[in-house]
Design a protein around this ligand. Structure first.
Ligand code: PGA
Length: 256
């Protein structure tokens, strides 16, 4: 991570874990730690139903709250969906978009993800855009291509001003929840590729400032070697972020 140009980001993606009670307990156990974190940006993404609890619990702590999903319309007949304006109203600041579980399990395509990014920006939220290749794609040598297709579509209409509000997370699908993290070198290569593309489209200055995270079986044991790579600016953490102790350790590893 290059601290000269970027602040580290450690983001917890709780997925479908931690209802309101568990959310309260998590923040209670990390309260004093989270009160003092100033070396990195900490973001926690609980499920929708726990967002109000999380926003309240995070008051006075250096933590921002993210949603794990949003819809691309403002309101209307979209049963089961939640708009970006509703999230903003709750005090949510970030939203994860394009996670591979949304792409794969819920069939979210490139165009829908693009619309969600645009709506999130329009609503004042900061998108955390996830991109990543499957194992097949990696083995076929098309990782770079896949990442660029996902980036190019999602960010097609995003201006430089808006790009400053976006965090990108490189999450190889084969590494998510498998215990099989990308090596620091593999992860850095992909993050560097992403930064090169950002430089091409938005210029060197913006590319230097954009935060590119790694996600996929990141834990308290491998965080330090991943965070020490020049183009990895932090992590998007699933499983290990559910355990307060581990999340605290990972966050401390971002202090380099
Ligand atoms: P994992 O999930 O850390 O459990 O692999 C990461 C993610 O899906 O964001």
């Amino acid at each position: 991570m290059n601290k000269r140009y970027r602040k580290a980001v450690v983001a917890a993606n709780w997925k479908m874990n931690n209802g309101p009670e568990a959310t309260k307990a998590f923040f209670l156990s990390l309260r004093s730690f989270l009160h003092d974190v100033n070396w990195c940006k900490v973001i926690v993404a609980p499920p929708f139903v726990s967002l109000p609890t999380a926003v309240k619990a995070a008051r006075g702590c250096k933590v921002e709250i993210a949603a794990q999903n949003c819809y691309c319309e403002d309101s209307g007949a979209y049963t089961g969906e939640v708009s970006c304006a509703m999230l903003s109203e709750l005090g949510v600041k970030y939203v994860i978009i394009g996670h591979s579980e949304r792409r794969r399990i819920f069939g979210e395509g490139l165009e829908l993800i693009r619309k969600k990014v645009e709506k999130a920006l329009e609503s004042g939220l900061h998108p955390i855009l996830c991109v990543g290749e499957t194992l097949d794609e990696r083995q076929n040598g098309i990782t770079g291509e896949v990442l660029l297709t996902q980036l190019k579509t999602a960010l097609k209409n995003v201006t430089a001003d808006d790009m400053r509000r976006i965090i990108i997370a490189y999450e190889p699908v084969w590494a998510i929840g498998t215990g099989n993290n990308a090596t620091p070198l593999e992860a850095n290569q992909a993050c560097e590729h992403i930064r090169d593309w950002v430089r091409e489209k938005y210029g060197a200055r913006l590319a230097r400032g954009v935060s590119i995270l790694y996600g996929g079986s990141l834990n308290d044991k491998n965080a330090s070697s991943l965070f020490s790579m020049p183009d990895i600016d932090g992590g998007l953490i699933g499983g290990a972020s559910l355990i307060p102790d581990k999340f605290e350790k990972i966050t401390k590893e971002a202090n380099i």
